[in-house]
Design a protein around this ligand. Structure first.
Ligand code: C2G
Length: 462
């Protein structure tokens, strides 16, 4: 008698595995485009996971000036009702792990990313959904916040680099340039397609914020004039060369409700912020020694090596090297000592600064005429952190311990010339978000001006 094996039809009882879909986004200033994307993503399956990016991750991928907090962005996604689960996206490469971790069937994202996630096709289906036209967070950001017209004072090397980086920060536009030498401002303006000003009243009239990249000793009066014209100011380092001047300018800016920012780009770059976070986390114990070195051989004829009063290694590079010292040991050093090697014209081609703090020792080394290893070393009671040059554009650092086998490696992206980070933090301060003010405080800029003043006095140059 024939055995009847009953082949159960699969649909009848066996639970169909829900189709799991995942998508990611910043979802800043939540809008119709985001809504339609999530709606269609949900329709692709039964269970939708939405990854919302952290601000730190957005900064590393060059998305600056995100307005809404992570909590707000998550809440806006939740309110759509399409997401069955919300996770946060923190790092590059996380998608790859999430697809496996959550056993994803379909990865989807808007068509502006077409091709970017094809590498996931080995693990799940990848669907690019048509992007909704004529709406974006950048557009809303610019509607929400007045575009800040930047006026630049100075047409030197950094001015060109600043202009390129400013283009990558939404919410600002470089309007024009002023230089007392009309020919310089006209040539610069023609090259970069901005307006040239030789009259400062017309210049201040035409702009909302001022970026100062003129020679060090002119910073004080240009900052003061710009503040007196009601302009927010971002001034290249060293902001000023005397403590009293820094205190006066910050005091006046505060009084007038204006933002005054010192442009030490390292302070605003994601990698340096991460390094400080690790150093202060306690994993290397109590920090007892900081050694920061920055050398770059300058051509003999440059301003840095010919300006007998304000040139030299320490005024040019000191701000970078003093930053980690101020961040890790503070402003209240017990003793500071300068040792310099000077060139024929009496300018310091190599300067070493030794600082004594209640619980620590710091050494800062700068050189425009002497080449050295150029690293940052932070030593503690349990281990040390080392970042090789160019640590002032922090992309990589290591944590070492007694056990030489145990090495932790950290990396972070540093996009372009890195000025975009200071521009975006400056802009978010202007727009009332001061959650980046800790990166370089007024007190630290004042302390820096004080150190430069002590140095110039010790050198008989002030
Ligand atoms: N989107 C859209 N139409 C718009 C704007 C955005 O369909 N007019 C889509 C985007 O393509 C993306 C999602 O909405 O799939 C979120 O957009 P953003 O918040 O701009 O996020 P995005 O930077 O595109 O992040 O890791 C992050 C992701 O890779 C995408």
């Amino acid at each position: 008698m024939e055995q009847k094996t009953s082949v159960e039809s699969p649909n009848s009882t066996e639970q169909k595995k829900p189709v799991k879909v995942i998508t990611y986004g910043t979802f800043d200033l939540f809008h119709q485009g985001h809504y339609r994307l999530l709606q269609r993503a949900k329709c692709l399956g039964d269970y939708l996971i939405v990854g919302v990016t952290t601000e730190t991750y957005d900064r590393t991928r060059g998305k600056l000036n995100v307005v809404d907090s992570l909590a707000t962005r998550i809440e806006n996604v939740r309110k759509t009702g399409f997401a069955d689960e919300i996770i946060i996206e923190e790092t590059q490469g996380q998608k790859f792990n999430d697809v496996k971790k959550y056993d994803i069937d379909i990865f989807t994202v808007g068509s502006d990313w077409t091709g970017n996630f094809d590498y996931l096709k080995d693990y799940c289906k990848v669907v690019y959904l048509e992007r909704t036209k004529n709406i974006s967070s950048t557009m809303l950001r610019e509607q929400k916040q007045q575009i800040q017209r930047i006026g630049m004072i100075g047409t030197g090397r950094i001015a060109g680099r600043f202009l390129v980086e400013a283009k990558l920060v939404s919410g600002v536009n470089v309007q024009g340039v002023y230089n007392p030498h009309t020919e310089s401002s006209v040539n610069f303006a023609e090259k970069w397609g901005v307006d040239a000003y030789s009259d400062r009243e017309d210049f201040f009239e035409a702009v909302d914020v001022v970026y100062i990249a003129s020679p060090h000793e002119t910073h004080y009066r240009y900052i003061k004039e710009a503040l007196e014209h009601g302009k927010h100011v971002l001034c290249e380092k060293p902001m000023v060369l005397q403590r009293a001047q820094a205190e006066e300018l910050f005091g006046y800016a505060k009084e007038q409700g204006l933002i005054l920012f010192e442009g030490i780009k390292t302070a605003y770059c994601p990698g340096f912020t991460k390094l400080l976070g690790i150093a202060c986390s306690g994993i290397i114990g109590n920090i007892c020694n900081v050694e920061a070195c920055f050398t770059k051989l300058e051509a003999p004829g440059t301003r840095e090596l010919t300006d007998r009063r304000y040139g030299g290694s320490f005024t040019e590079l000191g701000s970078y090297c003093m930053l980690p010292v101020l961040k890790l040991f503070g402003k209240d050093y017990e003793r500071i000592h300068f040792d310099t090697i000077t060139g024929e014209n009496g300018l310091d081609i190599f300067t070493r600064v030794s600082l004594r703090y209640p619980g620590g020792i710091a050494t800062v080394t700068c050189g425009l005429g002497v080449k050295s290893e150029g690293r940052l070393l932070i030593a503690g009671t349990k281990g040390y952190i080392v970042a090789e040059p160019p640590w002032w554009k922090t992309t990589y650092f290591e944590v070492h311990y007694e056990d030489s086998e145990q090495v932790e490696k950290y990396s972070e992206r540093f996009l372009g010339d890195g000025l975009r980070y200071e521009i975006s933090d400056f802009l978010s301060m202007i727009n009332g978000k001061d959650d980046n003010g800790f990166k370089l405080t007024r007190g630290e800029s004042v302390a820096l001006a004080g150190m430069l003043e002590e140095f110039l006095k010790a050198e008989g140059r002030l």
